[in-house]
Unconditional design. Structure first.
Length: 397
């Protein structure tokens, strides 16, 4: 899905972090440190955002949060099963929501009091050295939050970062499409935009698009399927990977999704089934039908089951629209990951959502995606470098 040159030569890992600016477009000084010696409290610059000065306790909270992140990168570097030459990639995230905090948890104190607002260059500079970058999904024509530009407007205004002249362009790719939550906004104008942006050399996929019957009821099936089919055909026409959002819940809906894909997508076409959570049987049907199809897993696979409010056994199901029940939980995730070949998996954050443990509840970003790989390595009983190599190779399929 992402084609590029050879991985960088191995060597001593370095941690490079630009001091967090007050907001997008502002630039502060830079802190460069060695992962083998995490920055001390005095060496991490966390300047205040524009406006009234932040309280001392908030500054300390941000400093502590930054140190937790650096400590995690140090822990990663110290793993005996991660080669210095290892490379990996976040195959699915939403940079607009990561940077602007337009996701549903972006206004919670856990986020606003600990995480300074940063611009895209500063975010990229905070990533671990083995991370080759991310694929940013731009799948909403409507705003994620009132008063903020939608993902489509965001990519248009930030394309300069994806151009060869940008110092961070080698870390960035994107996809363009319409999410099933935004299916009402698919029309002739939307198709023209997807065609135009889909022709950009850094666009590697169409989507995320698909079917969601967890947050939507079956009365919307005809509309969702029509929009999904149109984008699937467009991906084939443009020679781009198809990025699929499928939250299907029932075997009947899984069959519906399978039929759409069979009608629109040739067997040799690349497909990314993002944030998979449906049945193992369905996943196996998909990988058997399409050799270049890959199944993506997010930070959700790192979550530990929480006890119910009544103190009983954790629930293994989530309730959606109209009372439909969806399998969830550690046991279901383990069954899926262990039941599929490593060579057919992708790692993703779907940032800002589902930040992996131990950062759950914070803003997920590509610098956390190694935590997903580590859980896969545990459940497959494979060295972490093998997981990194297999999933990195799968982004090139």
């Amino acid at each position: 899905m992402v084609e590029e040159g050879q991985p960088q030569a191995g060597g001593k890992r370095r941690w490079r972090r630009a001091a967090a600016p007050g907001g997008a477009g502002e630039r502060s000084g830079e802190v460069v440190g060695d992962l083998a010696a995490p920055p001390s409290e005095s060496s991490i610059a966390v300047p205040p955002p524009p406006g009234p000065p932040i309280a001392p306790e908030q500054r300390l909270a941000r400093l502590a949060f930054a140190e937790r992140y650096v400590s995690d990168l140090k822990r990663l570097q110290d793993r005996h099963d991660l080669l210095a030459s290892a490379r990996w990639l976040d195959s699915h995230c939403h940079l607009e929501s990561i940077l602007a905090r337009t996701w549903r948890g972006g206004g919670k104190p856990q986020v606003t009091e600990h995480e300074p607002l940063v611009g895209l260059p500063e975010l990229v500079s905070s990533w671990p050295p083995g991370l080759d970058g991310c694929i940013c999904n731009c799948a909403f024509r409507r705003p994620s939050k009132p008063g903020f530009p939608p993902e489509w407007a965001w990519i248009e205004s930030n394309l300069s970062h994806f151009e060869p002249s940008s110092p961070i362009s080698d870390k960035l790719w994107f996809t363009i499409g319409i999410h099933p939550h935004d299916a009402d906004n698919w029309d002739d104008v939307a198709e023209r935009v997807v065609r135009r942006l889909g022709a950009h050399p850094k666009c590697v996929g169409i989507g995320e698009c698909g079917i969601d019957f967890f947050k939507h009821d079956k009365s919307e099936a005809e509309k969702q399927v029509r929009v999904f089919r149109a984008q699937a055909k467009l991906a084939v026409e443009l020679g781009k990977a198809l990025v699929v959002h499928a939250r299907l819940v029932t075997p009947e809906n899984e069959d519906m999704c399978l039929r759409v894909l069979e009608e629109a997508v040739p067997q040799d076409h690349p497909i990314h089934i993002h944030c998979f959570g449906d049945s193992l049987e369905h996943a196996r049907q998909l990988i058997e039908r399409w050799p270049r199809l890959r199944i993506g897993f997010t930070g959700a696979i790192t979550f530990r089951d929480r006890a119910s409010k009544s103190g009983g056994k954790p629930s293994s199901k989530a309730k959606g629209k109209g009372g439909v029940e969806e399998k969830k939980g550690e046991e279901h995730c383990r069954e899926l990951v262990q039941g599929l070949p490593l060579e057919r998996l992708l790692i993703e954050t779907d940032g800002p959502y589902m930040c992996p443990e131990p950062f759950r509840g914070q803003t997920a970003h590509p610098g956390h995606v190694h935590r997903v790989a580590e859980r896969i390595a545990d459940w497959h009983a494979r060295p972490l470098s093998e997981v990194m190599a297999a999933t990195r190779q799968s982004t090139r399929v």
